[in-house]
Design a protein around this ligand. Structure first.
Ligand SMILES: NC(=O)c1ccc[n+]([C@@H]2O[C@H](COP(=O)([O-])OP(=O)(O)OC[C@H]3O[C@@H](n4cnc5c(N)ncnc54)[C@H](OP(=O)(O)O)[C@@H]3O)[C@@H](O)[C@H]2O)c1
Length: 336
C-alpha cells in the first residue's frame, strides 16, 4: 500500500546487479510504501530472469546502459560487486539519475572521488547504502552518546566475524568474497561496518592505524584486525573475518559507563551499564533497509544532493582509511 503525499508519485527505482541483496532491497522498498522497483539490469540475462521470477519486477535488461536509456527512473540502487560500483554509479550520475550505492561505495578512495565529482558536476544525489547508519537503534545510540550518558568515550571494541563453510559457494575463488578482481576480502565486505561505526562514534578519522591480516591464497584478507588511535588518546579495536565465527558484539566504553550492542550492524536494541545503577535496555524499532531508503526519498524530495546523515566527505574518509589499512598489508586489487 503506497503512503505518499497527495502530489508525490511513487519513486521509480532501477537496480543494477541482480544478485542476493537486490531481493532484499526490493522487499524493503515495497515495505516503505513510497516507491517500487520498475526495472533491473544485469550483465547476465540468467541472473536478471532469476530476479524477475523471485520479485515480479516489470522489466529486465541485460545491459545497464539499456535500462538507463529506456526506463524513466527516479533513482538506481547499485548492487553489484565492489569493483563495479564506481563505473555503474558514473553511468547514472552522468545522466542525472540519483544513486544509492551498496557498501563499500567503491574499491578505493580514488574511485569515490570520481563519484563525488560526478555527483557535484551533475547536481545529482549520491549516497553509500550504509543502512546501519539509519537503523533506529543506531540513531538512538548517537543521541545517548551526545547526551554524555556514559561520559567521554574512551574506547570502542567491535567484532564482525562470520564463519563461512569452506564448501559455501561464497568461498569459491571466483566469488566476490574471495576474488581480488571483484575487490573481495573481509576488510571491504565486513570490516567497513565497524570502521564506519568507529568514525560515527569518534566523529573523526584516526590519528594512527595499526593492522594485520591473514590472507587467503587468492590474495585477499580472510581475517583482519585494526586498532585506531585518536588524537585525544581514545582507541578503537576491531576485527573481521569470513573464516571464523565470533559473537558480533560492540562495546563502547566511556568515563562513566558503557554501551553494549550484540549483532551490532543490524540490532534494534542496546544496553547501557553505569556504575551503581541498574542496567538499562534501550529497545528501538526494527532495523532494515527501509530506513536508508526513506532517507533517499526524503533527500530527493528536499532537492538535496547528499544525505546530511551519511555525507560523501565522511564516506570518502572511510575509503581513505580502508586504503591505508590495505597499504599496510601491501594488498592491491588489479589495476591499482
Ligand atoms: N547491506 C548489506 O547488508 C549487504 C549484504 C550483502 C551484500 N552487500 C553488498 O551488496 C553488493 C552485492 O552483494 P550480493 O551479496 O548481492 O552479491 P552477489 O549476489 O554475489 O552478486 C551481486 C551482483 O554482482 C555481480 N557479480 C557477482 N559475482 C560476479 C562475478 N563473479 N563476476 C562479475 N559480476 C559478478 C552480478 O551483477 P550483474 O547481475 O549485473 O551481472 C551479481 O548479480 C556488494 O557491494 C556487497 O558488499 C550488502
Amino acid at each position: 500500500m503506497m503512503n505518499l503525499d497527495n502530489e508525490q508519485k511513487p519513486f521509480r527505482w532501477g537496480i543494477m546487479g541482480c544478485g542476493r541483496i537486490a531481493v532484499k532491497f526490493f522487499t524493503a522498498l515495497s515495505h516503505t510504501g513510497e516507491g517500487l522497483v520498475v526495472a533491473a539490469a544485469s550483465k547476465s540475462m540468467h541472473r536478471a530472469n532469476r530476479l524477475q521470477r523471485k520479485t515480479g519486477i516489470e522489466t529486465i535488461y541485460s545491459s545497464y546502459e539499456a535500462m538507463l536509456d529506456s526506463d524513466e527512473l527516479d533513482a538506481v540502487y547499485i548492487a553489484n560487486t565492489h569493483n563495479a560500483h564506481a563505473d555503474s554509479a558514473l553511468l547514472c550520475l552522468e545522466r542525472g539519475i540519483p544513486v544509492l550505492i551498496e557498501k563499500p561505495i567503491t574499491q578505493n578512495a580514488k574511485q569515490t572521488e570520481r563519484i563525488i565529482a560526478a555527483a557535484r558536476a551533475n547536481n545529482t544525489f549520491a549516497m553509500e547504502a550504509m543502512w546501519t547508519r539509519f537503523n533506529p537503534a543506531v540513531i538512538k545510540l548517537q543521541d545517548v552518546l551526545a547526551a554524555g550518558t556514559i561520559g567521554e568515550v574512551r574506547s570502542l571494541e567491535a567484532e564482525f566475524c562470520v564463519r563461512m563453510n569452506p564448501l559455501n559457494p561464497k568461498m569459491r575463488p571466483w566469488n566476490r568474497m574471495c576474488s581480488p578482481r571483484l575487490a573481495g576480502g573481509a576488510l571491504l565486505d565486513l570490516g567497513v561496518y565497524p570502521i564506519v561505526f568507529a568514525r560515527m562514534v569518534f566523529g573523526q578519522a584516526p590519528a594512527s592505524i595499526s593492522s594485520s591480516a591473514d590472507m587467503a591464497w587468492t590474495g585477499v584478507d580472510k581475517s583482519s584486525q585494526y586498532t585506531f588511535e585518536y588524537s585525544n588518546g581514545a582507541r578503537a579495536q576491531m576485527q573481521t573475518s569470513f573464516v571464523k565465527e565470533r559473537p558480533r558484539i560492540m562495546v563502547i566504553t566511556g568515563t562513566t559507563g558503557s554501551i553494549h550492542m550484540t549483532g551490532f550492524h543490524g540490532s534494534d536494541r542496546f544496553i547501557i551499564r553505569r556504575d551503581g545503577r541498574p542496567e538499562e535496555v534501550v529497545q528501538c524499532d526494527p532495523s532494515g533497509f527501509e530506513h536508508e531508503i526513506r532517507e533517499v526519498h526524503r533527500c530527493l524530495k528536499a532537492g538535496l544532493t547528499e544525505s546530511p546523515s551519511m555525507p560523501l566527505a565522511e564516506t570518502l574518509e572511510t575509503m581513505q582509511t580502508l586504503d591505508a589499512i590495505r597499504a599496510q598489508w601491501g594488498m592491491k586489487y588489479p589495476g591499482e
